[in-house]
Write a protein that binds this ligand. Sequence first.
Ligand code: TRP
Length: 336
Amino acid sequence: MAKDIYLTGITTTGTPHIGNYVGAIRPGIAASKDPATEHFYFLADYHSLAKNEDPDKIARSTLEIAAAWLALGLDTKRAYFYRQSDIPEIPELTWILHGMTAKGLMNRAHSYKAAVQANVEEGGNDPDKGVTMALYSYPILMAADILMFKSTKVPVGQDQKQHVEMARDIAQRFNHHYGEVFVLPEAVIGEDTAVLKGLDGRKMSKSYNNTIPLFSSEKQLRKLIMKIKTNSLEPGEPKDPDDSTLFDMYKAFATPAETREIAKRYAEGIAWGEMKQLLFEYINEQIKPARDEYQRLIDDPAAVEAELKKGAMRAREIATPYLAEIRQAIGIRGLV
Ligand code: TRP
């Protein structure tokens, strides 16, 4: 059997937070150590155009996300680590895929439908208000990311599953029309425990503004953890671990044995203040070693840039000849 190829993108629209760490970065780096598989991780900066974000914010986010993965020990000699916009073959393939993408398929994308729904609820007369073509065809760019490197497995959150299925649909239609050019990808959805809750108890997400930045200073990390929402049970009253953001967070970092130990403390009525202090110390201990390296990289963007450029060179060794094949297949060819 051929090697499985894992590929996933990270949009460059925010500061890496501990939810990203637990859900994507930590498992990604761990998985990339397995020699039986290949791994592609990239900064999906062109995707950020869908929402017309602030340019400086995108540039800063690119630096921060790249520095985070590097500081946490991603081995860039093995894993492919690059920035989408450094691979011109990707936007080129995106256009090629437009020719094989049904408009009706894009109409069904959850993210587009949600934008339309919001407009309708607002009661205005344009259901497409604020919807750019970059938002509308976002799944096609994502399909190009995925198909460009013949990935078989695409680790994503539940909210991105439909996009991966669309990539598969597009690839299938293309293959039917032009012959077996693309490998069909499959989404890999992380387990429930990999979705961390934020300060307010909702899913930790930059869009809810409830995140804990992964490389907060020790002081800031402590302050944020102290802010996590709890109920009003007093010290000594038994508490339910299954209904506690603090517990979920602890569980995401600790071993199963340590987690069981804390569940016992809940039953015994641990005070929220003590639990917060304990959680802070635990997370801080794990993050500390990478924090200094992260800061060093943030202060040396040239080093990060060099890593990304190296990654792009390696990735293009695959993308350039493959795109030439794809162009042949569709009749975009030299005349002689
Ligand atoms: N859309 C994904 C997200 O918002 C990021 C992404 C872009 C991606 N291209 C991808 C994920 C390709 C997996 C594969 O999380």
